[in-house]
Ligand binder design. Sequence first.
Ligand SMILES: Nc1ncnc2c1ncn2[C@@H]1O[C@H](COP(=O)(O)OP(=O)(O)OP(=O)(O)O)[C@@H](O)[C@H]1O
Ligand SMILES: [Mg+2]
Length: 273
Amino acid sequence: MVSIDVWNASVDFPIFDAKSRSLKKAVLNKAGGKIGTDSKVPVIEALRDINISVAHGDRVGLVGHNGAGKSTLLRLLSGIYEPTRGHSRIVGKVAPVFDLGVGLDPEMNGIENIMIRGLFLGMTRKQMESRVDEIAEFTELGDYLSMPLRTYSTGMRVRLALGVVTSIDPEILLLDEGIGAVDASFLAKARDRLNDLVKRSGLLVFASHADEMLMELCTKAIWMDKGQVRMQGPIRDVLTAYKGRDPYEHMSQEAMERLGHGSPASAPAGEGA
Ligand SMILES: Nc1ncnc2c1ncn2[C@@H]1O[C@H](COP(=O)(O)OP(=O)(O)OP(=O)(O)O)[C@@H](O)[C@H]1O
Ligand SMILES: [Mg+2]
């Protein structure tokens, strides 16, 4: 069974090249984490006293303003960052999808990049060989797949990366925002794959500013505020508190229906579906 536990964990970033008082003053109280002033070296306290338990089957959304600590928390949960103070324990194999483009090589072609990215995410060569055709088809990149990646537009790269990411079998899936660059029609096409991916994974933590995606993929949420956990609970409750209104209020009819909250006449998502 996979799980992640974090006890009283803090993550500091000492800023060694920011010694002057004026800079300290300039950055103080702006968006982001708290900047400590008691030591000689300014320290950004990106995370403070975090206590989190995520268990098998949990799908947790991370919300909060820019600089609140969502991406840093994902890195802590992945084991990439060790807590400066406190403890963390990760049980299970982590597939970190922080930046869809990481691990892609501009000089290699699309097919080669599909292979590399899959290996980076913990798949075996054999598994990737059996999946590469299906991924290639999903991307709809056609002849571009034999061209070097540097000839791709941003959205084309995201298609490739998204194709690979949604084909893996992760135990622990940590997703950071970054799927905003694909066009709407492709995102609609990726939605089912993304949903299947989340169902296949034992545990999901997803940082996002997109309410509809959060409501669709997650059941619980954590609201991060200035490096601290402000609230944890069911996704709808946390989004309502964070946004100051019910997330369903401003949702499109189509999204409501997808989430099983369409018009009263529409059938709720059945168990056998
Ligand atoms: N490598 C780093 N070095 C120094 N400070 C950092 C580093 N990474 C993050 N921080 C700081 O930590 C705090 C949290 O940043 P983080 O990237 O986790 O925020 P976020 O919630 O993901 O924001 P966003 O919504 O903009 O993605 C910010 O104050 C940021 O300036
Ligand atoms: Mg972030």
